[in-house]
Design a protein around this ligand. Structure first.
Ligand SMILES: [Cu+2]
Length: 147
C-alpha cells in the first residue's frame, strides 16, 4: 500500500511537471538599434528568453542586479542566445558594448513578494556602482510601466 501511494504521488508530480512545461513560453527579445525590444519583460519559471537579431550585440547579467542562485546570462558577440528561466525574481541584463547607451532590460520572473524592495535595492546599486549606472533609467522605466 505504501508503495502504491508513493507511486501515485510520483505520477502526480510528473503530471504537474508536464503541465508546467506545457505552459512554458518562449519570449523573444530582439536587438533593435542600440536597444532591446522589449526593455521590460515579464516571465515565469520554465520560460525561455530567446535573444534574436543580435548582430553587434551580446547579453550579460548586471552585477548586483540578479536573483541569488539564478544562472547568469552570457552570450557570444553577434549570436542568438536562449536563456532558460529557473528562478523567481528581478533580473537586469545588459549589452556590454552598448551599455553606455543604456542597452539593457529588466525582467521580472513570477510574482516576487519583495519586488518593490528589490527594485529599490537595485536603484541604490545603480547610484553607487559606476558600471551599473545605466540601469537607473531602465529601472525607472520599469516602475513607470506599472509592473
Ligand atoms: Cu548592443
Amino acid at each position: 500500500m505504501i508503495f502504491a501511494k508513493k507511486a501515485m504521488l510520483a505520477a502526480a508530480g510528473v503530471a504537474m511537471l508536464a503541465s508546467a512545461v506545457v505552459n512554458a513560453e518562449t519570449i523573444e527579445v530582439k536587438g533593435q538599434g542600440v536597444k532591446f525590444a522589449p526593455e521590460v519583460i515579464h516571465a515565469k519559471v520554465g520560460d525561455v528568453i530567446s535573444f534574436r537579431n543580435m548582430a553587434t550585440h551580446f547579453v550579460e547579467s548586471v552585477e548586483g542586479m540578479w536573483p541569488e542562485g539564478a544562472p547568469k546570462m552570457l552570450s557570444a558577440m553577434g549570436a542568438d542566445y536562449d536563456y532558460a528561466v529557473e528562478k523567481e525574481g528581478v533580473y537586469v541584463f545588459k549589452c556590454p558594448p552598448h551599455w553606455g547607451a543604456r542597452m539593457g532590460a529588466v525582467m521580472v520572473v513570477g510574482e516576487p513578494a519583495d519586488l518593490d524592495a528589490t527594485v529599490a535595492k537595485y536603484l541604490e546599486v545603480a547610484e553607487s556602482v559606476k558600471e551599473a549606472k545605466p540601469a537607473k533609467g531602465l529601472l525607472k522605466k520599469f516602475k513607470e510601466s506599472g509592473k
